[in-house]
Design a protein around this ligand. Structure first.
Ligand code: T1G
Length: 691
């Protein structure tokens, strides 16, 4: 196996270089190599100083996350770092790329740290449901103070070289070749006889004793449900209150507790799942893509406007088209106000705001789209209207232009068939607000060309979104899973629960909103229109009775001030109201349902398990490439808590055999809507065997 840690020397300076692509993760071999090379350098009388650097694109980017589920293998990283720090010879870390996690902890064990101007330093363990477990929570506060250390450790966000230098995390920013600069720095340290700064021996600079309690309150809402952020605060507080030796014991104890927990397992699953979505078996990485520098958007509604902003934010030239110029001008005005407001709040510079506004032009004639590289249709969710738009695009757009529909449920193949170029048609399903939500469902039609798929995946990265390739079915992946979730929530209210009880159970589980508050936000009239068009399903229990009654009375949710909840003027706070309860009880009576107390546990299972079952049906039909893609859709499109890994991973945490057994019970109680997916049954049997 290629050497993952190499040593050489530059005069009296030993150069230890990690070479473990792609990110120089601290695998067992790297830890062993570092330890061996250090030992040799320390034993070599001719060596006066040591530089630790990395080959490839980055300094060490952390522990090897793939090793976490396996038994510890020596040498342990803290031991390697302690050896570095105890060295009687100065050790200098030479940082480029991103020194992250255990990588930064290795650098903190060094006596000095230098980096190039483009380098970044961070402790992102909290994003994996962990905390820095190799002394970082104890050494960093000793170097930059508790408050700055808290910011880095609890946010998990890296800082750039300039900030790091200003904080003292970097002793120098190297112009020119990094290793040369680091060796020169080491020689200077030796030449000047500079003392070795061992962070473990420094006191933590004095800080406000209320810092930690204040920080806990500060993150309570934003990090609701996550365990790791609070534990991160505990470890930094330990750094302030305990001697180093006791502080690292506390750190290790809290780290191991998180590492073994479900939340970190889930968040590590999400880390890899977010990278898997880009891997499409029959569309390899080197598939040619088409240039996308200009985008036409058809439909100046809320979605069209959001998509226009998402594209302008990414530097693309945008033409926003609608049949009435007054509609376009109204939307352009709203977009300009949004950017100006962001500039006023300091979210972006005034010049950047104006540049983005300037990138979006208006039009009311399809001829304006003749030369664009990509068109995204975002008109009314009605098939005939969409087909008319695509016929016009087919007549106007240049050969090779990509024609995309933002439909959230409709058949992309039927839309593509309205053109003479189905190979250039694809679905780009943005989530509202389109300039904020990270998820982009990329819907592959039967004839969609591979270059179009590859271009769409690349576009998702350009827009700083997560693109997930899905197949054609009603609702694709996200909304298809939403239907049974919402259906069961409505049934539970007909059977005895209240909307607020269901919403509380779901928000306690970790979603940002429950199904009823979410319906009120989206607008009850949207689903009402679809139900009226589709008609009541034959032979199965109808879930729309209560929602229909509300819509028939003109109660569409927030937009009318009343839906499942009432909203005071100007307020978005949902408030229960007695007339809703009377309506619900009336519907239960009409349906002959004896209302009963329903437990929170039943509510949770009846809302979440159908999502898992639908996910297995989606997999079985090939609508999603892998279960983890479904998790990414629901985490990024609907706020499923990352610390539960997504609906499919959550099913594994629950035990698929238990999930399957419960679904079978509900089928026996509530009928065929609960019929388990055969693929789930198979996975459940395998889970039972492996138990
Ligand atoms: N371990 C294992 N694999 C990793 C990895 C890691 N730490 N980081 C990246 N990879 C893989 C990744 O899965 C992908 O694989 C490939 O490398 C390229 O990654 C003890 C406990 C460094 C900013 O959390 O943030 O240290 O898909 O696509 O966009 O206290 O990777 O090609 O097969 O993301 O250029 C802390 C995680 C660990 C950093 C580069 N460190 N990595 O981004 O490439 S815990 C992290 C990143 C720890 C200590 C604790 C990013 C990156 P594949 P990529 P990129």
């Amino acid at each position: 196996m290629a050497e993952v840690v190499k040593s050489s020397s530059r005069g009296q300076v030993a150069l230890i270089q990690v070479d473990n692509p792609p990110v120089n993760a601290l695998s067992q071999a790297v830890r062993q190599g570092l330890s061996d090379c250090l030992e040799r350098a320390l034993a070599d009388a001719a060596i006066e100083a040591i530089v630790i650097a990395c080959e490839g694109r980055t300094f060490i980017a952390g522990a090897d996350i793939r090793e976490f589920g396996k038994p510890h293998q020596p040498p342990a990283l803290p031991a390697v770092i302690d050896t570095i720090e105890a060295s009687p010879k100065p050790v200098v870390a030479a940082i480029h790329g991103t020194a992250l996690g255990g990588g930064l902890e290795v650098a903190l064990g060094c006596h000095f740290r230098v980096g190039v101007a483009s380098a970044k330093c961070g402790l992102p363990e909290v994003k994996l449901g962990l905390l820095p477990g190799a002394g970082g929570t104890q050494r960093l506060p000793r170097l930059i103070g508790a408050e700055k250390a808290l910011d880095m450790i609890v946010s998990g966000e890296p800082i750039d070289a300039a900030q790091a230098h200003e904080l003292g995390l970097l002793d120098a920013v190297i112009d020119g070749e990094l290793v040369d600069g680091a060796v020169a720095f080491a020689q200077q340290v030796v030449g000047e006889g500079r003392g070795l700064r061992r962070l473990s021996q420094l006191p933590v600079p004095a800080c406000d004793p209320n810092l930690f309690e204040g920080y806990r309150q500060q993150i309570a809402t934003k990090k609701r449900g996550f365990e790791a952020p609070a534990r991160c605060i505990d470890t930094v507080q330990a750094a302030v209150e305990l001697p180093f030796a006791e502080g690292v014991v506390k750190e290790r104890e809290l780290f191991e507790g998180l590492r073994a927990g479900d939340q970190s397992r889930a968040q590590r699953h999400v880390f890899f799942a977010e990278r898997e979505v880009a891997k499409i078996p029959d569309v390899p990485k080197d598939t040619p893509t088409r240039e996308v520098a200009s985008v036409g958007i058809v439909g100046a509604g809320t979605m069209g406007g959001g998509i226009a902003m998402a594209c302008a934010n990414a530097g693309l030239q945008v033409t926003l088209l609608d049949r009435e110029m007054s509609l376009v001008e109204g939307r352009l005005k709203a977009i300009a106000e949004s950017y100006q407001s962001s500039a006023k709040r300091g979210r972006m510079g005034q010049a950047e705001a104006e540049a983005r506004i300037a990138r979006i032009a208006g039009a009311d004639d399809y001829a304006a789209l003749a030369s664009v590289d990509l068109v995204i249709e975002a008109v009314f969710e009605e098939m005939e209207i969409k087909k008319t738009v695509f016929k016009q695009l087919d007549a106007v757009c240049k050969p090779g232009a990509i024609l995309a529909t933002n439909t959230s449920t409709l058949d992309v193949n039927e839309i593509a068939a309205a053109t003479g170029r189905p190979q250039d048609v694809i679905g780009l399903h943005f989530f509202s607000p389109a300039n904020i939500m990270r998820l982009l469902e990329i819907v592959r039609g039967d004839h969609t060309d591979k270059s179009v798929i590859a271009t769409a995946m690349k576009l998702s990265r350009t827009l700083d979104k997560i693109g997930v390739l899905v197949g054609v079915c009603h609702g694709f992946v996200g909304n298809r899973i939403l239907y049974p979730y919402r259906r069961e929530a409505l049934f539970l209210v007909e059977e005895g629960a209240s909307p607020q009880q269901v919403d509380r159970v779901i928000t306690d589980f970790g979603l940002p909103m429950g199904p009823f508050a979410m319906s009120d936000l989206a607008g009850l009239d949207i689903g009402w229109r679809v139900r009226k068009a589709q008609g009541k399903p034959e032979g199965e229990r109808y879930s729309g009775t209560i929602a229909d009654r509300l819509c028939e009375a003109g109660h569409f949710g927030q937009k009318t001030g009343q839906g499942f909840y009432r909203y005071e003027a100007g307020s978005r706070v949902p408030k229960p109201y007695p007339e809703l309860q009377s309506l619900v009880e009336e519907v239960s009576r009409e349906l002959g349902i004896e209302r009963r107390e329903i437990s929170d546990e039943e509510i949770l299972k009846r809302c979440i398990y159908p999502m898992i079952n639908e996910g297995y049906k989606i997999l079985d039909e090939g609508i999603a490439l892998r279960a983890s893609d479904i998790d990414i859709v629901w985490i990024n499109g609907y706020g499923f808590p990352a610390y539960r890994g997504g609906p499919m991973f959550y099913g594994e945490l629950e035990g698929l055999d238990r999930v399957h057994a419960t679904i079978c019970e509900y089928r026996d109680q509530h009928g065929a809507l609960w019929e388990p997916s055969p693929l789930l049954a198979k996975a459940a049997a395998e889970a039972a065997e492996s138990r």
